[in-house]
Write a protein that binds this ligand. Sequence first.
Ligand SMILES: Nc1ccn([C@H]2C[C@H](O)[C@@H](COP(=O)(O)OP(=O)(O)OP(=O)(O)O)O2)c(=O)n1
Ligand SMILES: Nc1nc2c(ncn2[C@@H]2O[C@H](COP(=O)(O)OP(=O)(O)O)[C@@H](O)[C@H]2O)c(=O)[nH]1
Length: 226
Amino acid sequence: MSKLFRAVIMGPPGSGKGTISERIAQSFGLKHLSSGDFVRENIAAKTEAGVQAKTYIKKGLLVPDLVMTRLLLPRLEEMTKYSWLLDGFPRTLAQAEALNSACDLDVAINLNIPLETLKERLRHRWIHPPSGRVYNMCFNPPRIQGIDDITGEPLIQQEDDRPEALVARLRHYKDVAKPVIDFYKAKGILYTFSDTETDQIWPNISTLLSTKIPTIQSDARCASTH
Ligand SMILES: Nc1ccn([C@H]2C[C@H](O)[C@@H](COP(=O)(O)OP(=O)(O)OP(=O)(O)O)O2)c(=O)n1
Ligand SMILES: Nc1nc2c(ncn2[C@@H]2O[C@H](COP(=O)(O)OP(=O)(O)O)[C@@H](O)[C@H]2O)c(=O)[nH]1
């Protein structure tokens, strides 16, 4: 049996985590685990963690580490048979440490995108809240303006994607992400990609993963013969 592949993807709001995760999931057959989707599912199902999470998100705050890890780690336990890519978690060092105690990561992808690019992208970001599907009026527009392709329901723009809110979100992101980036750098699994376009970054990520994923599988084959 081949060893499973585990990765996380980090980056500021609008850096393309969701977009790139979808491409990785399709190209490499990994499960794309979006922590934002887990949060939304828990809110919809009114679980204890979901009810707590909602009170923070309503105020535009991040969900506290303990609530986030309670919500997320059981979902990872359900995924022990699959290779996965986790998007949006960890956001803090405490979350990274909790994840580290639960599993060994192979790769941490870090997206480094200029501020002006992020502002421009988020200005054009429209989402379908029930599913978490993300569009961009220039980069990947819906077939009909303002309407979700799959359900035909309306799309919305998030309050905190406004340029004024974004600057504060980014400042906060930088403060909390720096120790996480250092944590993965020290483990030797951090890979940083810097560019203004997902289409420029994507071939480099794809090359990295095609070297990592077969290596892991052939290592596992060697291990299983001993
Ligand atoms: N580790 C995490 C992951 C999520 N959330 C909360 C805050 C987010 O507002 C919400 C939804 O998560 P998303 O990853 O979908 O959030 P955004 O779309 O706001 O983030 P980004 O702009 O980075 O894509 O869940 C959190 O507090 N901590
Ligand atoms: N113009 C442009 N938009 C992009 C590019 N990559 C992603 N986007 C859009 O930028 C927005 C943010 O991307 P998303 O994947 O949601 O980023 P996340 O917040 O890191 O998950 C979305 O509207 C995407 O469709 C790109 O290379 N160019």
